[in-house]
Design a protein around this ligand. Structure first.
Ligand code: HEM
Length: 406
């Protein structure tokens, strides 16, 4: 007989709260040593590597990422009217079909084609600051970096870079801490993005090109194709999923390397370590530290009964520091040997990040160019971080210094 979860005496991890990330994570890591499961104000959370993987791979737990407004307690008609299936919250056959149709367009080979362009973009961003030996890395490098790459991937014109950046930022405010105040802005940005994307798709239907939208239009399996609405949703998932994540992850990487100059020197001396550096940096400090699921039915999980509708957070940030999987987890070491299991910062199971190959390529190329051009990287004042309530975490200001180019 499974024990009802309500009857367990579980530690509390606040889902909302004002603590710093360090304080919160230290608390979660301590709790994780005693219990893989804890309570939150809205449901429960799993904290160990095995428990996070088992929830994310269990198809009875469905994505609750489309329930951000509900979870924040915001009821807004315009927002509810816009709620629809997208790849991140689709489940069952609907998700399998979408994923099968779009996966080939997101292969490692497609990402590799963009590597020369990625190097060009990052070199162009860092060039103006090289002589000064100082950068505010968020504004100078991290914020702008993913936009031209996503535009190039989609085949959107250069004139639209600014527009893209603004729309992606505004649509993602749905995961921010101010949903009630920002709801009109979010709805307006989503409508603008819809109109823009539909127009881009119509153009590619008329005139195919060598880009992702053309690939998605052509994507077909056994006579099945994406509809225009599904295509719009996919393009928007790329814009929204592929910009703020990469920006914040690069910001976290630079902050981490600035605090660990020996690791920056190792990478600078051997750029072939870039893939390992990216994996270790994402394990150490992932920009997406958690996601959320709900029980689609009554679920018996490891002897515990969770009633239908239970909300379950999965803490990838804590799981990535589980010492039973990553020995000496608080050591940041890009030459780490013997890691048999992957970090969880791209998720796990059916919703595993579709853009992982692209994100890896972007981060690897950026770290190679930056480590070569910014020797002796170090903090140059205090970094400012986004509030913890924000689903995608990273610095909003990151002043750094390095040896100027002569
Ligand atoms: C470092 C950068 C990135 C991080 C940390 C990241 C993280 C994640 C995570 C954790 C998930 C799973 C969420 C869940 O299970 O609820 C996810 C899904 C997804 N990501 Fe990423 N992502 C990144 C970059 C990208 C890029 C560049 C793209 C697009 C080109 C992208 C598109 C997507 C999509 C479409 C999904 C949904 C997949 C599905 O539900 O089947 N991501 N990402």
């Amino acid at each position: 007989m499974a024990t009802p979860v309500e009857s367990l005496d579980l530690p509390l991890i606040p889902f909302f709260g004002e603590q710093s990330r360090e304080v919160r994570q230290a608390h979660m890591r301590t709790v994780a040593k005693e219990s893989g499961l804890a309570r939150t104000e809205i449901g429960y959370t799993v904290l160990t590597y095995d428990s996070v993987v088992s929830i994310l791979r269990d198809k009875r737990w469905h994505s609750a990422t489309g329930m951000a407004a509900q979870i924040a307690g915001v009821e807004d008609e315009k927002l509810s009217a816009r709620r629809r299936v997208n790849i991140l919250n689709a489940e069952g056959d609907v998700h399998v079909r979408l994923r099968r149709l779009v996966a080939p367009a997101f292969s490692p080979r497609s990402a590799d084609r963009l590597r020369p362009f990625m190097r060009e973009v990052v070199a162009g961003l860092v060039a103006p600051v090289l002589a000064s030996g100082h950068t505010e890395a968020v504004a100078d490098i991290c914020e702008p970096y993913p936009i031209p790459i996503i535009c190039e991937l989609l085949g959107a014109p250069k004139e639209d870079w600014q527009l893209f950046s603004r729309l992606a930022t505004d649509v993602l405010r749905i995961f921010g801490g101010n949903l009630a105040e920002e709801v009109d802005l979010i709805v307006a940005a989503s409508e603008e993005l819809d109109a823009y994307t539909k127009n881009l798709i119509a153009e590619r239907r008329r005139k195919p090109a060598d880009d992702l939208i053309t690939d998605l239009i052509a994507a077909e399996e056994a006579g099945d194709r994406l509809t225009t609405d599904e295509l719009t949703m996919m393009v928007e998932a790329v814009i929204v999923g592929g910009t703020d994540t990469t920006r914040n992850q690069l910001g976290l990487a630079l902050a981490l390397f600035a605090a660990n100059p020996d690791q920056w020197n190792i990478l600078r001396g051997d750029p072939s370590l870039a893939p390992r550096a990216v994996e270790e940096m994402m394990r150490f400090h992932g920009a997406v530290a958690g996601t959320i699921r709900f029980a689609s039915e009554d679920i018996e999980h490891e002897g515990v009964l969770f009633p239908k509708g239970t909300l379950m957070s999965t803490s990838m940030g804590t799981a990535n520091h589980d010492e039973s999987v990553f020995p000496d987890p608080s050591r940041f070491d890009i030459t780490r040997e013997g890691v048999g299991q992957p970090h969880l910062s791209f998720g796990s199971g059916i919703h595993y990040c579709l853009g992982a190959s692209l994100a890896r390529a972007e981060l690897q190329e950026a770290l190679i160019v930056l480590s070569q051009s910014m020797p002796n990287l170090a903090p140059d004042g205090d970094a400012v971080y986004k509030p913890l309530a924000v689903g995608i975490f990273g610095p909003s200001r990151l002043p750094l210094r390095f040896t100027p180019a002569t």
